[in-house]
Design a protein around this ligand. Structure first.
Ligand SMILES: *Cc1c(COP(=O)(O)O)cnc(C)c1O
Ligand SMILES: [Zn+2]
Length: 398
């Protein structure tokens, strides 16, 4: 069953519907977990090991073996900050971001519904993922990208997997509005995160974090927030496993935004239930360069209900954290992902996070998604001949 998160109106699972017909609010899938957690044991460690908890037809699954991502204990960084730190590395998914979790479920639903065209607006990663899964499913794929604001790796993926790419003269919010209008005219099936099936996939990040910690909740899950689907999905996941009795506690959901694109943090700091959109969002972390997040209600509920928090970080703090994570722990992430680490640092500094807390930072996308930003952050390699004396002098004499 699909239910409106605001007015409670109910819709059938097979209705192609993105927002509530009665009040315009966002929708969610409602399902009960009626299995024991032992059924997951011994299965291949990917998203579909949780298939009993994902409300789609398992004979129609379109998968690239997503999920089951690394969960790295980061003692060097954790000790420096005085917390017990784990990093969930979502860049290890097939196309290099957590979007694959949403897309495997969304594309499976598309097959169930028998659609022939799928589409999305994207800051980059959604389009990369959709293009790959549409190729695998054999469906036509249309993507709208904000012109000039998509990181190189993501653009390469969307184009190379054969999507029809439109470079929209406008920002993400405007591209999404246009794509949604076409979806409502039924020209295509919309696979942005307003589609509640996307979040059914992404909630497995929450499942896995609990499982990875030996069926315990961390004190806190920290992640970057853009369109605000992922924080909502992870909260849904941990809540489902909590309600099923698989764990005894729930984590505090902590959403980090860039200073130039922070409607959720603004709303949180005022105690509001809805955001006031940011007109011209700007940040180097292009994946979270979003001014009007569609899942704002769900995300703010997640933060309030979990006794969580939201904070902003500057682009400089993001880039510093990206380098810190890469150089102290060997984990390479794109700028948006580093917002979680930058947020952790800032909130420890502010005393919001207590010493000794067990923290899971979700790092959402791979370093290679945005090679230009990575290269600009480094000093150029030294040009030198392959002469041993020169090299010895350069490397050993200092
Ligand atoms: C999509 C994305 C985000 C933002 O997730 P939302 O669900 O839109 O809040 C953050 N980081 C990366 C790398 C992403 O691709
Ligand atoms: Zn409603």
């Amino acid at each position: 069953m699909i239910r409106c998160v605001s007015c409670g109106a109910e819709y059938d699972d097979d209705e192609v519907i993105y927002t509530c017909e009665k009040c315009g609010s966002v929708l969610e899938l409602v399902s009960d977990i009626d299995v024991s957690k032992d059924v997951f044991d011994g299965r291949k460690d990917n998203l579909w090991k949780f298939k009993e908890c994902i409300p789609v037809d398992e004979t129609k699954i379109v998968s690239l073996d997503e999920g089951g991502t690394p969960f790295c204990k980061c003692d060097k960084l954790g000790d420096e900050l005085g917390v017990n730190l784990y990093v969930k590395v979502e860049g290890s998914n097939p196309t290099g971001s957590f979007k694959d979790r949403g897309m495997t479920v969304g594309m499976t639903k598309a097959m169930e519904l028998g659609v022939n065209t799928v589409g999305c607006a994207s800051t980059g990663n959604t389009s990369a993922s959709l293009a790959a899964y549409a190729a695998r499913a054999g469906l036509r794929c249309i993507v709208f990208l904000p012109s000039g604001k998509v990181a190189l790796g993501k653009l390469a993926q969307a184009m190379f997997h054969g999507a029809e790419v439109m470079s929209i003269n406008g920002n993400f919010d405007e591209a999404l509005e246009a794509m949604t209008a076409l979806a409502l005219e039924k020209h295509l099936y919309l696979l942005n995160s307003i589609n509640p099936y996307r979040l059914e996939g992404q909630k497995t990040i929450g499942y896995e974090i609990l499982r990875d910690l030996g069926w315990q909740a961390p004190d806190r899950i920290i992640l970057p927030v853009g369109n605000a689907g992922n924080i909502s999905a992870i909260w849904k996941g941990v809540s489902e496993f909590y309600n099923a009795g698989f764990v005894k506690d729930l984590p505090m959901m902590t959403g980090i935004q860039a200073e130039g694109a922070c409607p959720v943090t603004n709303a949180f700091k005022k105690g509001d239930k809805r955001v006031v959109p940011v007109e011209n969002p700007e940040t180097i972390a292009t994946a979270i360069r979003i001014g009007a997040p569609v899942s704002d209600i769900k995300a703010l509920n997640a933060i309030y209900d979990s006794n969580g928090y939201s904070e902003t970080v500057s682009d400089e703090e993001i880039l510093d954290a990206q380098k810190l994570l890469a150089r102290t722990e060997g984990i390479g992430v794109e700028p948006a992902s580093a917002a979680s680490i930058a947020g952790l640092k800032k909130l420890v500094g502010e005393g919001v996070i207590d010493k000794g807390e067990t923290i899971t930072c979700v790092v959402t996308g791979h370093l290679l998604k945005d090679p230009n930003t990575a290269i600009e952050a480094c000093t150029k390699p030294t040009e030198v001949d392959a002469d041993i004396d020169t090299l010895r002098k350069l490397l050993m004499d200092e």
